[in-house]
Design a protein around this ligand. Sequence first.
Ligand code: ATP
Ligand code: MG
Length: 435
Amino acid sequence: MQVNLKVTSGPYKGRIFSFTQHDSFLIGRSLDAHLCLPEDRYFSRNHCLLEMNPPHSYLRDLGSTNGTFLNGQRVKDAFLNNGDRIQCGETILVVEVTTTAPANLSETTQDAGVPKRPVIVMVECLNCGRREQAQASAPDEHLTFLCEDCRIELKRSPQAIPGYDTVKLLGRGGMGCVMLGREQRTGRAVAIKTLLPEFAVSDKAMRRFIREIDVAATLKHQNIVEFLDRGTHNGVVYLVTEFVDGSDASKLAEDQGGRLSYDDGISIVAQALDALSFAHAQGYIHRDFKDQNILVSGRSPNLIAKLTDFGLAKSLTQSGLSGVTMAGEMAGTLAYMPPEQLRNFRDVKPQSDIYAVGMTAYSLLTGSLALDLSKNSSVNDTIRAIFEQPTVPLSQRAPHIPRAVSDIIDRALAKDPAQRWQSAGAMRNALLHSI
Ligand SMILES: Nc1ncnc2c1ncn2[C@@H]1O[C@H](COP(=O)(O)OP(=O)(O)OP(=O)(O)O)[C@@H](O)[C@H]1O
Ligand SMILES: [Mg+2]
């Protein structure tokens, strides 16, 4: 599937921007914008941001002065449909959803080929049998589908997975939940993560997702949660990993009054950096490094930290099992994302993980975010802050932390990836030598 943005009016008239993969598209005066209008006073620096994940796409105005209009109405955010007209000043973009993929994946001019509209097919919920319409690339494409009611229900009370006994619920995430289970064959305790696809997914997409999971599963390290099994059952995707008998770093901080002791915080971050250093060396980027994805067992001062959900967020969006990241009230999820990742979802480097490590270390040690945002800040405020607001130096929020350590964490948070630590190993060594 493909989404085209056709510019029908304004300085870029005639250009077509085509997207076949998860991507972002920034419009504004900023020189980093994809549709860059530096001289146009009408535009704010970061005017609006589009997130594309064909066939879905989402528009978010970034609090611009003069507004973003969708089909004539000023909007803050909206899902986009085929034929929608986005207007900012003189510039008008028309959204087109097609099934044709041109040779050049990211940006093309005039060569998008003859567009074919996606086919509408009937799909049946694998859990309750309800029939609904869905978009497909071809009329005979086989789609796996769970209706919204069943997704809500299955998230509340998850279904048992063949081969495993369910012991108890451990936690809930964005797309499903995590259960403590027992493998019937061996009797060992495992964690079972169920994921409920948000859309009807093709067999091809499902295969792609499983392939990516299998690749990430080859990462074996003492500070990475071990991957054991995966599969699908009645439309639910499940991932089985080792069970970490403990907590995650976020809950641990909560239990200790909102922030970790200095020693525990540094120990956890250093171990997580060890895991990243190992993964980066093999070409993997985590992309969703955060307090909740560091599982911690043992007792202080012998805590063991293990990273989980390696590359999972990307595999879910790229395969189409999940839609767009910026929809809904996802400010918490976005707050750790570095500016380059928001601007260009596909252009993510090891230094992007380093930024998220900085965000995580900062919040674990201080109990607050490095950007001047509250827990209730909107997605728009969060995105604007990531692009434009300097981070609050750690020493201001936590004067008890040695200056050498706060400088190391501040450096991880530079807006420009070139100014950050260039490797997880370098940041880890600096941290361990500063204490
Ligand atoms: N292998 C595991 N062993 C023990 N507990 C786990 C394991 N994996 C996850 N958990 C617990 O389940 C909770 C939910 O995890 P999940 O990954 O679904 O959500 P999340 O990381 O908070 O958010 P997101 O949906 O964005 O990933 C975690 O915070 C953690 O406490
Ligand atoms: Mg997680």
